[in-house]
Design a protein around this ligand. Structure first.
Ligand SMILES: *Cc1c(COP(=O)(O)O)cnc(C)c1O
Length: 416
């Protein structure tokens, strides 16, 4: 590649991360406060405060602080009433944590294909899924990479079929749809404070609801389901899912910086968009009329005509270099060789070996099996297509403009 002969083009000395924690100082203050007051436990002021602040920010009545986003999803799915043997409609192109709790509960995820406008659950495929499986009563939907899905359409369909929605806003904390925060569109919502999310506690999650009984149940279940008795009395199955007051201290220090992080992530997205002009690529899309994403990760999608040949097996990938073309494998390998971290798009769940027997519903397929993953005439389903042609770019808040310019040059050079 031409730029490798330019002596300014060395490896980044300091790794450019996909998305790493951005600490400010207040985190240490509140962690120390927990330490000094000896609330080194799953009870304490930090927990109460982060619950209050998040509920206020999101605009829901109750936020229950839990150990992880996954634990929050698990309790959300139980609260929504998912039972052993149920079928549940789930986002297909997402992190597996979105739907693993459905499986913990002995229910079966049915994957719903992705739409191209926001890369989230496709309402048309969802409607189709209700024709095929009219008895389904639960939908689990994620807002991918911080971009809200088509919430009005999904809600209308859910209501028409009497189904409840669990909204996985793990990646989209702070994003809005029609002026309302994500996490409020489901009957129950969740967010995550995992280490690479836009606000982190090193770990942590929250369950969001307007129903006091649900909030109380989540609190009880998350602390081993003790009854109100002098001894350890149990009528229900319990979990050890409550957030630590030390972790809550980190989150308490982070929360005042949410809007600042979103502004930085948006600037990263805009710089990429501008930097790639003229290249045969597009950025991860969103609907400007309805949505303000939190821009957690910037992604790009290579135009079909500029896709180089790439073969992905179950564990590895190969590509052939072609003039004027590139592919996610080449771009990711090239970025890695310069010490910058990208990531493939979440590999759709219907392509995962563990879910090979689960139904998958596309607009055109009949939704009953693997073979329907292929759309007549179109080649592949939408999720598989985005996985094949897309990738996540380094989107770290702390990446400097100069570093990002260099990332852009590296990507441009892949199309030489
Ligand atoms: C991170 C994430 C989760 C899980 O959150 P944890 O806090 O890591 O358990 C769930 N769903 C999505 C879409 C995520 O990105």
């Amino acid at each position: 590649m031409a730029f490798t002969r330019d002596k300014n083009f060395k490896r980044f000395e300091k790794k450019v991360w996909l998305s790493s924690p951005t600490m400010h100082g207040g985190e240490l203050k509140w962690m120390t406060d927990a330490f000094n007051k000896n609330w080194m436990s799953t009870v304490g002021e930090n927990i109460n405060e982060v619950e209050r602040i998040v509920a206020e920010k999101i605009g829901c009545k109750y936020a229950v602080a839990l150990a992880t986003g996954t634990a929050s999803l698990h309790l959300a799915i139980k609260l929504a009433g998912v039972k052993r043997g149920d079928k549940v409609f789930c986002s297909d192109m997402t992190f597996s944590a979105t739907l693993n709790p459905v499986v913990y509960e002995g229910a079966t995820p049915i994957f719903i294909d992705t739409e191209r406008d926001t890369w989230n659950m496709d309402p048309v495929s969802l409607e189709k899924a209700f024709e095929l499986y009219p008895d389904v009563k639960h939908i689990v939907i994620a807002n991918l990479y911080g971009t809200p899905g088509k919430m009005d359409d999904i809600r209308k369909i859910a209501d028409r079929h009497g189904a409840k929605i669990v909204e996985d806003a793990a990646e989209s904390f702070g994003a809005t749809y029609k002026g309302k925060q994500t996490g409020t569109f489901g009957d129950i919502g969740i967010i995550s404070f995992n280490g690479n999310k836009i606000i982190t506690g090193s770990a942590g999650g929250m369950l969001l609801t307007d129903d006091i009984e649900e909030a109380n149940k989540a609190r009880k279940w998350s602390t081993q389901s003790r009854e109100n008795a002098p001894w350890y009395q149990h009528e229900e199955l319990g979990y050890n899912y409550r957030m630590s007051n030390v972790v809550a201290g980190v989150i308490r220090g982070q929360l005042p910086h949410l809007e600042e992080h979103i502004a930085q992530k948006r600037a990263i997205y805009e710089r990429y968009k501008k930097g790639f002009s003229g290249l045969p690529v597009t950025m991860n899309p969103y609907d400007e009329k309805t949505s303000v994403p939190n821009f957690w990760l910037s992604c790009l999608l290579i135009d079909e005509k500029a896709m180089g040949r790439q073969v992905r097996g179950e564990q590895d990938a190969l590509y052939i270099k072609e003039h004027g073309k590139s592919c996610p494998t080449e771009i990711l390998e090239t970025l890695a060789s310069f010490n910058a971290e990208g990531r493939p798009i979440w590999k759709p769940m219907h392509m995962q070996p563990i879910f090979r027997m689960n139904p998958f519903v596309t607009r055109e397929g009949d939704g009953r099996g693997r073979t329907n993953a292929y759309i007549a005439g179109g080649g592949v389903d939408v999720g598989m297509d985005i996985f094949n042609r897309g990738l996540c770019l380094p989107s770290d808040n702390k990446m400097t403009e100069e570093e990002q310019e260099k990332v852009i040059e590296i990507v441009r050079a892949c199309f030489d």
